[in-house]
Write a protein that binds this ligand. Structure first.
Ligand code: OGA
Ligand code: NI
Length: 328
């Protein structure tokens, strides 16, 4: 019989002690309706979710339903365009402002080719000239990004407070400097047991805000179990990325997740990555000063986002953690 290592054992024990079984695991849902009245309660919930799950869903976030619908429609319209139109945007150069391709890591050692096409666009720090964006989704992308910056602003404030720091701490570290929109299209898959929509990975961002439709398939690794992120109409899924785990010294966790391939579909999702990704950026990121002391030494080596991301791309979504390479 295979023995389970200590980490797995303690996770399984923690799971056992919840006495709830796998069926009843669900990622936390946080209601932002009263965020300006009962901020402390919400900060407490975020702290718990960010520390134990790395994920939560937000409802009543103030992004209008029409804005969510328009970006989903726009993403669908682009992916369902004539192939000739899509080809004109095709590129594997991640430094380009707008690129369309399938499997950014096609030539890496990732275990299988994923059943997913994606287009990506840098919306910050320098917003694109709208004329360079496909007509199918141009207006929707500009409008959606405005709302992502607004929600991101609030989330980084609440996360700073959850770390016991001043509200503007994470923003002052330029965590919101870059915004990369990843617009995914998962066509119906005839043999979903043979591949995945997206391989297991954690995000190379500070924070990711994900909009998913009603098809489902997104799963989060929690205490050794894959837990479904059930679609909730109008909700947004928030997850911590590798950069935030690094600067927050594991007080928040960047958790692995994947998307199953599905016979139903197409499934559409939009991931807003707060990261400057491969754009030139000379800032060096290490642990937040307030979180280190003699008894609490740094846990990771300092990073440069551009180099980190290049390494992450080179490795591809092969199921291993890039962040763990920087552990001290
Ligand atoms: C991602 C991601 C999930 C989804 O873009 O990093 O995990 O549901 N997307 O598309
Ligand atoms: Ni992801």
């Amino acid at each position: 019989m295979e023995t389970i290592d200590f980490d797995s054992y303690s996770e399984r024990k923690a799971f056992d002690e919840t006495k709830t079984g796998v069926k009843d695991f669900a990622i936390p849902i946080i209601d932002f309706a009263d965020v300006h009245v009962s901020r402390e309660g919400i900060v407490e919930k975020i702290k718990d979710a960010a520390a134990n799950w790395g994920f939560f869903q937000v409802i009543n976030h103030d992004v209008p339903l029409s804005v969510l619908e328009e970006i989903q429609d726009g993403v669908g319209r682009f992916h369902e365009e004539d192939p000739e139109v899509k080809k004109s945007y095709f590129s594997r150069d991640p430094t380009k402002k707008f690129v369309y391709n399938s499997n950014f890591d096609l030539y890496s050692s990732s275990s299988c080719v994923n059943w997913r096409d994606t287009f990506a666009c840098f919306m910050a720090p320098d917003p694109p000239n709208p004329e360079l964006l496909p007509v199918a989704c141009r207006d929707a992308m500009m409008e959606y990004s405005k709302h992502m910056m607004r929600l991101g602003d609030l989330l980084f404030e609440l996360l700073s407070e959850a770390l016991g720091l001043s509200s503007d701490k994470l923003k002052s570290m330029d965590c919101m400097k870059g915004l990369l929109l990843l617009c995914h299209y998962y066509p119906p898959c005839p043999q979903p047991e043979l591949t995945l929509g997206t391989n297991k990975h954690s995000d190379n961002s500070f924070l990711t805000i994900l909009l998913q439709d009603q098809i489902g398939g997104l799963q989060v690794l929690h205490q050794d179990c894959w837990v479904d992120v059930s679609p909730i109409p109008g909700a947004l899924v928030i997850n911590m990325g590798d950069f935030l785990q690094l600067i927050a010294k594991d007080k928040f966790i960047s958790v692995e997740h994947r998307v199953l391939a599905n016979r139903a579909g197409p499934r559409i999702s939009v991931a807003s990555f707060f990261s400057t990704s491969v754009l030139p950026n000379s800032t060096i990121y290490g642990p937040i000063k307030e979180l280190i002391s003699e008894e609490n030494p740094p846990k990771y080596r300092d990073i440069n986002l551009e180099e980190y991301t290049k390494g992450y791309f080179k490795k591809g979504l092969d199921g291993t953690s890039h962040l763990s390479n920087f552990k001290i």
